[in-house]
Design a protein around this ligand. Structure first.
Ligand code: C2E
Ligand code: MG
Ligand code: MG
Length: 756
């Protein structure tokens, strides 16, 4: 503690010095003027002494005046003043109080002559009071500091919360960034000016562009529209990825030049997972001192902006994924439908047309299967580009599924022009593709339909285009067909039949007939073919030739086929368990079933397990066309079926295109000669040659031969004489229901078939 003694008497000063020396640092002076001089020599914020002992009778200043002056000065106002009063004066009360020192700021007094213990005690009390006051003040200052910190934390937190809320608002990116700037510059606990900007890096990352600005003049805006990386303050902050503070720069951020407003800057990099996405720039008053709290807040705010940007880019990515096909980058079915609706709405408003083209690549599956998926992908990409190259940018090309593309043309009234575009697209597709070092030829089939001529809505247009496309496929490759009324009728009929077929499944209108296969040698039944029948109420029997292709197209064949296989296996097991000599039941497979090989193998295994039929009593009939498209895959599927113990025969042999090389690779048990070759036996020399050659070739390959469609004794005798193994046909029996077939089994047990 520090004490100042102000007294004109040197002995008073001396005595007090000695008495008070162990209470603190003691200084003295001999006049009021000197006292003021000493006290006013210190800095305005410094308090020169803790206590002043002042003579009540100074010759140069009345104590009262001196106390008042000290009380008015911020440096000395808080100093406690003790008056040094003569004992005689003190006793004379009126004289003592006439000095009025107490009313002017003195807090106590000591009397001369001194009672040392009393002096010491009084001074000590005032020094303790002073120390307590100081502690209180310090505490108070601390509290004030903490309060302001808390206020700052609350305000900055509230600002950050506001920024987060901004992220959720349905605004454009520019509006969101604008909002962000507004929130940041309005944080009052910092010295930020209501001026700033947000720059984002362009796609190449070589430049920053002004994405949002607040309070910038148009000149500033032009000056800062694009900033090369590394250039100027913002460009440097971007390049270094570090927060940059400048305390005194001009508007061009060069060292101050005359006439330019000086100010400070914060340039805060917007960091997103290690990558700098841009810079946030804020203005400060000139000569501003950077504070840690500001830097922390601005860095957090920049992180929030980074979050906003990454959320935006994620949303954009999701949007692209939802609307575009990732392989060709063309609009997907979803966006296509949107565009088609838009085009129709526009056409209604402008009384215009919309032309829809559906293009299917012919034989694409073959390319995919033989050259691999990479080549297939490349082909689809190139096909997409080729189609796009034939159109204007305002037209839409979309990839709807695997090898199916769609084109929407707007405001094209002339059919001549539509034909021109169609031809151009088909020509483009017919130009050979170079894939995996090979030249591959492809073609497209196209269906064309027009709004409002052919249909009133998008759904109708799509159906029409599909019908027209199927028609062009039927007629040959590289063709386009316009939708016609006849197609519409056919499409309606097809839809009607599909509906009936589904209903038939639900109503269990299907049953199975069995047709025996008879050994040419023994004349006994050695097998049977399961053939599905549809008894349609009010119409009678519908031939499988009429509904199987439709079931194939619609995918209904999968549940129907499973039902047929299960029923045939269960029935055969019943016959075997009933004591009849076991024979093999042959079940026809459809192309779609055979293509879904994993599902097929699972299905066969589970049916065998479920019905308890030994695999050797099941035979699956497949046709040449089903296996020739992709020989490798067919061989793999057949091998798996064979490994299960199931027999496989090749149905309708001779009608398709089988290469002998491929035939050799198939794990087959039998060939079934198609009935078209049997019909004119033994008169037709060509059929005779084909059948005999087939039998001898099959035998060389260790395959059994079954002749289908045997209707007469002549046919039977010819086949038997030429060593055909089995026959199947009306001559022995038509396909019959279960009860009749049971009778056939009983008959077969008792007698041989007469002609054999
Ligand atoms: P497919 O497998 O070649 O069946 C033999 C067809 O020839 C049967 O016709 C049968 O009734 C007929 N047929 C048998 N013997 C004679 C004969 O002596 N003369 C004449 N003119 N025809 C005879 P269906 O039952 O009408 O079957 C036609 C085709 O439908 C079958 O040809 C087969 O490809 C398919 N199909 C039949 N049932 C099923 C089945 O359950 N599943 C699958 N996926 N296809 C089936
Ligand atoms: Mg068959
Ligand atoms: Mg057949």
């Amino acid at each position: 503690m520090t004490i100042l003694i102000v007294d004109e008497r040197s002995w008073v000063r001396e005595e007090l010095r000695i008495v008070l020396q162990d209470l603190g640092a003691v200084a003295d002076c001999d006049s009021g003027a000197r006292c003021l001089q000493i006290c006013q020599a210190v800095e305005p914020t410094v308090i020169p002494y803790d206590l002043i002992l002042m003579s009540a009778t100074l010759p140069d200043h009345a104590a009262c005046d001196l106390c008042r002056i000290l009380a008015q000065d911020s440096r000395t106002a808080s100093i406690s003043v003790l008056l040094i009063v003569d004992e005689r004066v003190r006793k004379d009360e009126s004289a003592f109080f006439s000095c009025d020192g107490f009313s002017c700021g003195a807090v106590d007094y000591i009397t001369v002559p001194f009672s040392y213990p009393l002096v010491k005690a009084r001074v000590k009390t005032h020094l303790s009071l002073r120390a307590a006051l100081q502690r209180l003040q310090e505490h108070n200052t601390q509290l004030q500091l903490q309060k302001s910190h808390l206020q700052m934390a609350c305000e900055t937190q509230a600002a950050l919360n506001k920024l987060l809320e901004t992220m959720l608002e349905p605004l454009s990116l520019q509006e969101q960034l604008q909002q962000v700037l507004k929130v940041i510059v309005s944080v009052s606990c910092f010295d930020l000016q209501p001026k700033g900007a947000i720059f984002l890096s362009d796609a190449e990352g070589g430049e920053l562009y002004l994405a949002a600005a607040q309070g910038l003049t148009s000149t500033d805006g032009q000056l800062c529209a694009r900033i090369p990386v590394g250039y100027c303050l913002c460009g440097r902050a971007y390049a270094s990825k570090e927060l940059l503070f400048a305390e005194g720069v001009d508007d061009r951020h060069a060292p101050l030049s005359p006439g330019q407003e000086p100010h400070g800057h914060y340039c805060v990099p917007i960091m997103d997972r290690g990558r700098c996405a841009g810079v946030m720039m804020l203005f400060l008053p000139a000569q501003h001192r950077s504070r840690a709290e500001e830097r922390v807040f601005l860095t957090a705010a920049a992180h929030t902006v980074a979050g906003l940007l990454s959320r935006r880019s994620l949303e954009e990515q999701l949007d692209v994924q939802a609307k575009f096909d990732p392989l060709t980058r063309l609009p997907n079915r979803h966006l296509f439908q949107d565009r088609l609706h838009q085009a129709i709405t526009l056409a209604i408003r402008n009384r215009g047309d919309v032309v829809l083209m559906l293009i299917d690549l012919d034989r694409f599956k073959l390319v995919n299967d033989t050259l691999g998926h990479d080549a297939g992908d490349q082909m689809l990409q190139e096909a997409g580009q080729r189609i796009s190259s034939c159109l204007r940018t305002s037209d839409t090309v979309a990839r709807l599924s695997g090898d199916e593309f769609a084109v929407i043309l707007q405001q094209l009234t002339s059919p001549f022009y539509v034909e021109l575009v169609a031809r151009k697209i088909l020509e483009q597709l017919a130009t050979p593709f170079r894939l995996a070092g090979e030249e591959i030829s492809l073609s497209g089939s196209m269906g064309i339909t027009t709004f409002p001529h052919d249909a009133a809505d998008a759904e109708g247009l799509l159906k029409n285009a599909d019908s027209a496309m199927l028609q062009s496929k039927k007629e040959g490759r590289s063709l386009f067909r316009f939708f016609t009324q006849q197609m519409q009728d056919q499409a309606l009929l097809r839809m009607q039949r599909e509906k009936e077929l589904r209903l038939a499944m639900d109503r269990e209108e299907f049953s199975i007939h069995y047709q025996p296969k008879v050994s040419c040698q023994t004349g006994r039944i050695i097998g049977m073919e399961a053939l599905v029948r549809w008894f349609k109420p009010g119409q009678g029997m519908v031939s499988p030739g009429d509904f199987i292709p439709l079931a194939e197209e619609t995918g209904l064949i999968v549940p129907l086929g499973a039902w047929i296989l299960r029923s045939a296996c269960r029935q055969n097991k019943t016959w075997i368990d009933g004591g009849y000599a076991p024979v093999r039941v042959a079940v026809n497979l459809s192309a779609r079933q055979f293509q879904q090989s994993d599902a097929l193998i699972d299905m066969v295994a589970s049916v065998l397990a479920e019905t308890g039929l030994a695999p050797e009593w099941l035979e699956l009939e497949i046709t040449e066309s089903m296996v020739m498209d992709n020989v490798d895959q067919a061989v793999a599927t057949m091998q798996q079926l064979q490994a299960m113990g199931v027999h496989i025969s090749l149905d309708d042999f001779g009608t398709g295109y089988s290469s002998l090389g491929a035939l050799k690779r198939f794990p087959l048990h039998a060939l079934k000669i198609d009935r078209s070759f049997v019909r004119d036996l033994p008169l037709d020399a060509e059929d005779v040659a084909i059948v005999t050659a087939t039998i001898s070739m099959a035998h060389k390959m260790n395959l059994a031969v079954v002749a289908e469609g045997v209707e007469s004794e002549e046919q039977l005798l010819f086949l038997r004489d030429n060593e055909c193994d089995e026959i199947q046909g009306y001559y022995y029996s038509r396909p019959v229901p279960v009860e009749q077939f049971t009778q056939l089994l009983i008959n077969s047990r008792q007698s041989r078939f007469s002609a054999c």
